[in-house]
Structures are given as C-alpha cells and as structure tokens.
Design a protein around this ligand. Sequence first.
Ligand code: OOG
Ligand code: MG
Length: 255
Amino acid sequence: MLSELALRLHTARQQRTEIARLTADAPDLTLADAYQIAALGIELRQRDGERVAALKMGLTSEGKRRQMNLDAPVYGVLTDRMAITADNPLRLCEAIHCKVEPEVAFRLRAPLRAGMTREQALDACDGVAAALEVLDSRYVGFKYFSLPDVVADNASSFRYAVGQFVSPRTDVTAAAMQMLVDGAAVAEGNSREISGDPVLSLVQLGDLAAQYGLQVPAGAVILSGAATAAFALTEPCEVALRVAGLPELRMMVVG
Ligand code: OOG
Ligand code: MG
C-alpha cells in the first residue's frame, strides 16, 4: 500500500505529470506513513543509482507556511542527482512547475541527535553557506495539499545549489537575504525568518530524525528552510542569492 503510493510519486516525477494528492484516495494517511512513503521513494532513487547527499528542513518560516497553508516544519532527503553546480545548470525541461527559494545551508562535522541545544547544534557544524532550493511538487497546481501529502512527496524536493562554505561561527542569526533573477530582486527577507534562527532548524531536524528513524550523519549538508515565499521559474535566467556575511551564490537556469 505505502510502496504503491511511493511508486505513484516516483513515476509522476519521472514522467513529469501532475497527480492528484495522495489523501484524495488515502484520507487516513498519517505523518508517519508519509515519512515512510518518502523513504521508499528515496530507495527507488537509490536503485536508479542515486545516493543521499543532503537533507532539508521545510516550512520553517511563517512566509512559507502561509504560502502553502500548512502549519508545521517537515524534512526531506536530497540526492546527488538533485545538486546544481556551475557545470550542471537547472533544466526547466526536467521540471513540472518549479519554484526557487532562498536558504542557508550548514555542513555537519558530527551527527545531529534529539534534544540538542542551539550551541550543541552549532558545534556539530563545520561550515555555513548560502543555498537555493528549487522545489517541484508532483501534485496538481503545486498547492493546497495536506502535511502528509507534502511529506510523502519528499517535501517537494527537486534541485538545490549550495554556495561556498565559510566558518560556521559566521553569524547568520539575523542576516539580510536578497534573491535576484537576472539582477532584479524577487524576494527579500532575513535569516531570522528561518525558525527564528537557522541553527534552530538543525535542532528541529535532530528531533524529527529521531522520531522518524532518519540518520543525520557527519558530512551531511543541511538546508535550513526558506526565508521567504518561493518564486516560480518559467524562463531561462540567472538566479543569485545574497546573504549578508556569506559568499554570493549564482545558479544558471536553462530551458
Ligand atoms: C514544501 C517544502 C518547503 C521550505 O524551505 O520551506 C520548503 C513546499 O513548499 O512545497 O522546502
Ligand atoms: Mg526549501
């Protein structure tokens, strides 16, 4: 049953076809079921040769929760195949209806666990960087889904880009953030919108991971969640992200 739902989402992604929300015919789907569906989806991707490269927190800001009409933070798993780099641009032809959002990423030198303090979570990091996440829901119209729907769909994960890492002691508790498309600002915010402090997204991930049986190992890159609502990408362009105190990140978008 859960594996059938995981396969439905996996196929929708591969064929770039929108599907109805899972809770339309599985109304009793719990959050625990949904995390299991997402994990089964990652297993399907691993069978296709992908490997887990990063983790993300989502819905950690009020702006995002309002945009998606959902009320609690969630996590998702990112694979090497999702990584955007200088020689691997974002390809719109691979997406259904993608959107980009401004984030801050951390790299871990030690695993995350449940019940960490802010200082312990920061201590587990060996770098911080600007990050862009590109979402692409597999659901019709990318809207009005429930928490189990979005979790089962791996929190709408599609692609991500991470800038140059600098010392994790670089203060990003309240850094101005600006996302630009072809040089024009499309979103402005502050990193304090992310869980009140992006480091607190790591604390939340440690707790959620323990609850749902996810490993958050040393070496993992963690996206802490978007500071603002996401911006729809429909044309080739260049996206840039400026986070005060961090090196600027640029991402090419091609057809
Ligand atoms: C869910 C994923 C949210 C974030 O950074 O808040 C997310 C969605 O908006 O579809 O990645
Ligand atoms: Mg995100």
